[in-house]
Design a protein around this ligand. Structure first.
Ligand code: F0G
Length: 482
């Protein structure tokens, strides 16, 4: 964001945009919130948005669009084949990432589906800085497995490391040495590493990983869904890149990769997905699968109106004023919570503010899902919908053993340009109250547990009547306030 100092010396992020379309919100009384979260099986995915006050579930498909994006939607060309809209999308991607081949997908996980079908064979390994839920599921379905080789600091909840999303090149060399290069389907670097708190990797790290890939002829794939946040951090924290424009940083990153795919529900602030590919060999087999799973090559399952909006959104991602807003609001929220002693992932990353549930409710065992319980409790006392990113988001072993997550996080996503500073202050206030009364919060147990991606549809119940007790305390402290 532009460098604007306050006379008071306060550090408050200042938006370089104004709001021109608004959506009315409702904040239900706490009794109705208890009813809603109970019906939702204590799973925030199952709440109806009409019962939610601040929707911090995700930044996916819910970022505010610009007037330019809305305007572009009006000129969409909806011809099935050879659409002008696709030509604009393709040329914008080629211009930004400098790769010759572009494929359209209906969203990010659709890229992962085809990537895994084509490149992952039975028993193969995909080393990555860290997994994302859908990525891992697609690799596993195709008989492969994920090896997470993030640097050690990446799994420390609090740290001063600026690039906790870095991959450890030594760990990558070790995997190649132990298993041989034939066993490795591809290497995946996730920008703005989602599940460890939206943490970036550095340009230098990407360069180091490229070197290892070159030495062993490995394909390097970047998941660029959270690239905009990662670009902000490289620009503001990596000294060697500070003289570069966002466009130059983007190109330098792309030049180190063979394939880049993204969810345009995040990158480009609309709804869709895409993939850029360097060589005709890599492009060939994937291209054939697009009409089978997505749609014709010039729309790939997306609405042409959305494709127009993504094209403009990608160009807007090259504007520092636009990409800085998210990380700066997150930094404000994280720092304010940290000042109050509330355990948060540090340094502040992209995507959202991540509360360390293992520490916040350290009396709840991991087998009773501390992050899930905290998500339920926060909705109950504030109407804020966050997302569990802990053990519930993992999948049991085949023999039924729980896989305990490395981190138990409650993610409070800040969709880009959506919330105002007073709404952030409200979230900080309610989290502070909940922290005071954290001992009232207890665990959850599954009542319905799907086998795949259980966090989406699973239902849970509280282990005791702790939610009623939390409601009573709320009424005592807040009286008739919503
Ligand atoms: N990769 C990353 C890093 C993501 O964060 C996501 C989605 C995907 C791939 C899949 O993309 O949703 O378009 O199919 N993340 C969302 C989230 C769901 O809430 O964090 P998609």
């Amino acid at each position: 964001m532009a460098n604007i100092k306050y006379y008071s010396g306060k550090k408050i992020p200042l938006e370089m945009h104004k709001v021109r379309i608004v959506q009315k919100l409702r904040l239900l009384p706490i009794e109705e919130r208890l009813d809603a979260i109970t019906k939702a099986g204590n799973n925030t995915f199952l709440l109806n948005n009409r019962d939610v006050f601040l929707d911090m579930l995700t930044d996916s498909g819910v970022n505010a669009m610009s007037d330019q994006q809305e305007a572009a939607m009006m000129i969409a060309d909806d011809s099935y084949a050879g659409s002008e809209t696709f030509v604009r999308f393709e040329s914008k991607l080629k211009e930004i990432f400098g790769m010759d081949y572009v494929l359209p997908f209906h969203q990010g996980r659709a890229c992962e589906n085809i990537l895994s079908q084509v490149f992952v064979g039975e028993g193969q390994i995909v080393p990555m800085n860290y997994h994302f839920t859908t990525t891992k599921a697609h690799i596993n379905i195709n008989g492969g497995r994920v090896e997470e080789i993030i640097i050690d600091a990446g799994l420390e909840v609090t740290s001063n490391h600026s690039f906790k999303g870095n991959m450890d090149p030594e760990k990558l060399k070790k995997i190649v040495h132990e298993h041989g290069r034939e066993k490795i389907a591809f290497v995946r670097m996730e920008a703005g590493t989602n599940l460890v708190g939206g943490q970036p990797f550095s340009m230098q790290n990407l360069r180091d990983i490229r070197q290892v890939c070159d030495a062993h002829q490995l394909i390097l794939v970047m998941d660029a869904s959270l690239l905009s946040d990662n670009l902000h951090f490289i620009k503001t924290k990596e000294e060697a890149c500070q003289h570069l424009s966002i466009r130059e940083i983007t190109r330098q990153m792309a030049d180190l990769c063979d394939i880049i795919y993204f969810s345009a529900r995040k990158l480009g602030c609309a709804r869709g997905g895409g993939m850029c590919i360097r060589t005709p060999e890599l492009y060939g087999t994937m291209k054939e699968l697009i009409p089978l799973y997505e749609g014709f090559l010039t729309y790939g399952g997306m609405s042409v109106r959305e494709i127009e909006a993504i094209t403009v959104g990608l160009e807007e991602t090259m504007d520092e004023d636009i990409i800085d807003q998210g990380p700066q609001f997150i930094e404000y929220m994280v720092n304010e919570l940290d000042k109050r002693g509330i355990p948060v992932v540090t340094p502040p990353g992209g995507l959202g503010c991540h509360i360390d549930a293992k520490c916040f409710v350290d009396h709840i065992p991991q087998t009773e899902y501390p992050a899930g319980a905290l998500a339920s409790a926060l909705y109950l006392i504030s109407g804020i919908r966050g997302m569990e990113r802990g053990t519930i988001s993992e999948q049991r072993e085949e023999d039924g053993t729980e896989v305990l997550a490395n981190m138990e996080l409650l993610r409070l996503a800040l969709p880009r340009r959506v919330f105002t500073m007073s709404q952030i202050e409200y979230a900080i206030d309610r989290l502070s109250w909940l922290y005071e009364h954290r001992k009232l919060v207890r665990g959850l147990v599954f009542t319905e547990e799907p086998q795949i991606l259980r966090f989406f549809f699973g239902k849970l119940r509280p282990v005791s009547d702790w939610q009623q007790k939390l409601c009573q305390q709320f009424k005592k402290d807040f009286g008739d306030s919503l």
